[in-house]
Design a binder for this molecule. Structure first.
Ligand code: ADP
Ligand code: C5P
Ligand code: MG
Length: 214
């Protein structure tokens, strides 16, 4: 009996302190960060194809939430138009739901965490910490050119909002990258190069996560 109890207790303890658990699955999360227009979404599609991750873009989830007619829709839309960061509880709930719904255990979380509040709240709520942070480094001049040429009909791809988004990136998002850099978790990529060249560098980083062919 003693050993049975010990076992049960140990298992219970492991469950409680277990990190990176989502329900009963252990997940690998990579945060994909970089300024607006640095190419996060573009490269995430490539990573999905080659390395079997599921791509969750925080911005895409927020835009889908607006379209769904949610009660938060108007608030989210106004924040996006202004380039402001939506309160964490909204974004984290969307990310959590998307991860639970998906059978995969490897996720690229793109465009999140965008500020210190995003980062701390995600850590506290989910107990998930990223395997690493992929950081796409690109000049504002190049990012501006890309955003103005994106043509996806986005309400925030206009020069006025772009300037605001750059300011938010420098003031609120770069400190998050510095936080992870101090933990040696940042893998920085030169994102100013052409798409295939950027992906060569990305591939080298994801090699340990290559799909195993049995
Ligand atoms: P993000 O998700 O970081 O905002 P996107 O992946 O949506 O950026 O890319 C923004 C725009 O720039 C898109 O039109 C995309 O096709 C283009 N783009 C992405 N990467 C590059 C690159 N390396 N060189 C030139 N254009 C790029
Ligand atoms: O990443 P993306 O460019 O799609 O984000 C568009 C906008 O969505 C941001 O400028 C911001 O207003 C909102 N957003 C947010 N919180 C995040 C990610 C995006 O508020 N974590
Ligand atoms: Mg994007």
């Amino acid at each position: 009996w003693f050993f049975v109890c010990l076992m049960v207790e140990t298992l219970f303890f492991m469950q409680v302190v277990a990190e990176n658990m989502l329900g009963d699955k252990k997940v690998t999360v990579v945060f994909v960060l970089g300024g607006p227009g640095s190419g996060k979404g573009t490269q995430c599609s490539n990573i999905v194809e080659h390395f079997g991750f599921t791509h969750l873009s925080a911005g895409d989830l927020l835009r889908a939430e607006i379209k769904s007619g949610s009660e938060n829709g108007t608030m989210i839309e106004n924040m996006i138009k202004e380039g402001k960061i939506v309160p964490s509880e909204v974004t984290i709930k969307l990310l959590q739901q998307a991860m639970i719904k998906n059978e995969n255990d490897k996720f690229l979380i793109d465009g999140f965490p965008r500020n210190e509040e995003n980062r701390a709240a995600f850590e506290n709520v989910t107990k998930i910490s990223p395997a690493f942070v992929l950081f796409f480094n690109c000049s504002e001049e190049e990012m501006e050119r890309r955003l103005l040429g994106r043509n996806e009909g986005r309400v925030d791809d206009n020069i006025e909002t772009i300037r605001k988004r750059f300011k938010v990136f420098v003031e609120s998002s770069l400190p998050v990258i510095e936080y992870y850099d101090a933990k040696d978790k940042v893998k920085k990529i030169d994102a100013a190069k052409p798409i295939p060249e950027v992906f060569e560098d990305v591939k080298a980083i994801f090699a340990p996560y290559a799909k195993v062919i049995v």
